[in-house]
Design a protein around this ligand. Structure first.
Ligand SMILES: Nc1ncnc2c1ncn2[C@@H]1O[C@H](COP(=O)(O)OP(=O)(O)OP(=O)(O)O)[C@@H](O)[C@H]1O
Ligand SMILES: [Mg+2]
Length: 259
């Protein structure tokens, strides 16, 4: 299917707001108020009527068409190599899915090597996935609302020494299944799949995988190899998202969390 440093603050102590969210989650603790999306790549915000935004809506439609009963779904986004546009695509797709009335979307940053979802969503570093998997943080304390209606975020949290070991634990499966019961779609951003096993590992735990491919740049054999690897390890590749991300480049001024 062709579808188309600054200083990292210490994690804050989480005191969840006592008001319960729509999904029964206690979202948006007092010290995690939503930020603001300013990254120009997030075209669903910065150019929501443009051609690329329409391509993300088209990708959304393809994914929802595969799910006619509207059951909750967990979806991993990955690519063959670094910098193909996975994180940008994850955020744009989440916003496109949240345009469907009633949808509640959770974006999980599972790129525990080089996370960037907080940057793209204009959010501050906060408790997140790695803290939950270590058992040091309740699920609710690691999820916050974003400035986008219907889009919540679980950031990476405090980065581990060994991401694969943490992600490969049984707890990951339990956490993902719990999240699935609370959101319409859980979109999981991951590292490139070719040389790091995390995406394949997570891909085997979820309902589907979207492969992000930088058009005209990533070698076909690498894409095929990655596809085969994901499927062989138990993943279900739903389709591809073609991007024009700048492979291997980092946008000037892009702030990423220190490892
Ligand atoms: N739709 C887009 N429009 C403009 N620039 C984009 C777009 N998508 C991605 N880029 C650029 O491509 C680069 C990589 O994007 P992104 O961070 O999403 O890639 P990634 O695959 O998540 O990278 P990594 O493998 O390091 O996690 C960034 O500099 C980003 O600004
Ligand atoms: Mg990324």
């Amino acid at each position: 299917m062709a579808m188309t440093d600054a200083e990292t603050p210490e994690p804050t102590t989480v005191e969840p707001d006592t008001s319960s969210g729509a999904l029964g989650l206690e979202l948006a603790p007092r010290d995690a108020e939503p930020g603001e999306v300013t990254a120009e790549e997030i075209c669903m915000v910065t150019d929501s009527r443009g051609a690329i935004a329409e391509q993300f809506r088209s990708l959304r439609n393809s994914i929802t068409a595969l799910n006619p009963d509207g059951a909750p779904r967990t979806v991993v986004l990955t690519s063959a190599v670094d910098g193909e546009g996975k994180s940008v695509a994850t955020v744009n797709l989440a916003i496109a899915l949240a345009e469907i009335p009633g949808n509640q979307i959770l974006v999980v940053d599972a790129n525990l090597h080089d996370p960037s979802i907080e940057y793209y969503l204009g959010e501050r570093p906060y408790k997140g996935l790695a803290d939950v998997l270590r058992g040091g943080c309740a699920l609710d304390g690691a999820i916050r609302r974003t400035s986008i209606q219907g889009v919540s975020l679980m950031g990476p949290g405090t980065l581990p020494e060994n991401p694969s070991k943490l992600l490969g634990s049984d707890r990951t499966k339990v956490v993902l299944n719990t999240l699935k019961q609370r959101f319409s779609y859980v979109l999981i951003d991951t590292p490139a799949a070719m040389f790091i096993g995390d995406a394949s590992l997570l891909g085997a735990m979820v309902d589907g995988i979207v492969m992000v491919i930088k058009m005209g740049d990533t070698a076909k054999h690498l894409v095929e190899q990655t596809y085969n690897q994901l499927e062989t390890l138990g993943g279900n590749v739903l389709g591809t998202c073609l991007t024009s991300g700048r492979t291997g480049e980092q946008k000037p001024g892009k702030k990423r969390r220190r490892k």
